[in-house]
Design a protein around this ligand. Sequence first.
Ligand code: VG1
Ligand code: CO
Length: 540
Amino acid sequence: MTTISTQPIAGQKPGTSGLRKKTPVFMGPHYLENFVQAIFDVIGAKGKTFVLGGDGRYFNDRAAQVILRMAAANGAVRVIIGQGAILSTPAASHLIRLNNTDGGIIMSASHNPGGPNEDFGVKFNMSNGGPAPEGVTEAMYKRTTEIFEYHIVESQDVDLSVIGRSQLAGMIVDVVDPVADYATLMESLFDFSAIAAMFKGGFRMRMDSMCAVTGPYAVEILEKRLGAAAGTCINATPLPDFGGMHPDPNPTWAKALMDEMFGDNAPDFGAASDGDGDRNMVVGAGAYVSPSDSLAVLAANAHLAPGYKAGLKGVARSMPTSAAADRVAASLGIACYETPTGWKFFGNLLDAGRATICGEESFGTGSDHVREKDGLWAILLWLNILAVRKQSVAAILAEHWGKFGRNYYSRHDFEAIASDKADAMMAALRGSLTSLPGTQLEGLTVQAADDFAYTDPVDGSVSKAQGVRILFEDGSRIVLRLSGTGTEGATLRLYLERYAAGPDGLDLDPQDALAPVIRAAHALAKIESFTGRVTPDVIT
Ligand code: VG1
Ligand code: CO
């Protein structure tokens, strides 16, 4: 074991989902090592077992070797690692739980592009399989500011290409099939024979893994186990640069899929997932499903899948996610929780059995089967629902809106704004909150405005300043917050929502339906005068 002297490196502060930086920054001297040592110092490694894997992006393989050497030097007894250092985030969460380990390190910058000049990231998940809570990531950050040494063994690389057990300086390294246990878990939750019968009956699907981690999972589950036609899964080989794709499954970045689903001869069902496999986009023939609606439809229909036939204990959504799921929860007579952005806030609710299904507007849905959002899980639940209801996606959506009304919803992202400008805008907005109620504009009247704070109902921890909410008297809402996952300047996220009870006006284009709300948001937050931006870079 070697102990290396080092110096704290500024700015190793985990964001919404771990530490995320440009790849060259992560590859800089001591950068990865300092952060990994900070993780082990806070969690403790001696005598412990961890899971390790990543989404296969550039530097994934070499970072894995460094983390293995450091785990051994810090006294870990065993690391379970996916073959080729590959694990999707939900599969890693599952392995942590299945093997009763002490947690896991996931190498991913999720939906951010990968490559030598793109993004890399590292996140730690706890023994429940979920992302480290704020208290723990704060402690890790504090440790990075006071670190002066790290521990590493000198050794050759461990062969991660072959499944099996080896030793590294006395530590056991178990290289496992990244897909097998996860696929078995999916089989335990969903009616594979009903879905297989649907495929056999000619149901056509397109699954776009965007050259990221879900390729091998999708091929095994959809094509091999469920019998979807060969070639259903595209971009199914994980590549270090994601083949130049931006593996963020939304209508902008998964445009090829959208074009196919809205074109002639569209398949019945389309889906895409992100870099590390925890996000999903689903789309029917000519019918895009917004993530907030997807959460609501899944909650309303989950009982049709064997794993959820007993019903749901509760539903949880992040604050910016639309209230569509709340309406379903109310009609089911179950609790609905509203948490800050980021999956880590769902962990306690899932552990305590208060919520079964959770979701975020950012293409994230999941359940208590793991402690992460899970892209393929959501896709399979949709398939299970389609197999049972034998209706199109469009018909299911229309029925849903007919019953519950429609929460028109959109998110507008303004990317790479100079941080000082974005901060000034948010500060001014926060400063104006008490004066907003009663303000009238665009035919809307502000009813209430606040900066979202959350008290965890399980452990009482408080998270403040989680986003500005402005609620209008007709139930419309705007939310503004700055992203915690970007690596360049600031990204402003503007979330827009308007409710239509129906029966008329349920089939508008969301941007048209939201037009007055959008104009009100620009006026209230003075987006242009602070940032110079009028047009969003990405609309979802
Ligand atoms: C974004 C999303 C958030 C999500 C997070 C991690 O965070 O808005 O809902 O939980 O990414 O997703 P932010 O702070 O940039 O808005 V992933 O797929 O990176 O694990
Ligand atoms: Co992700």
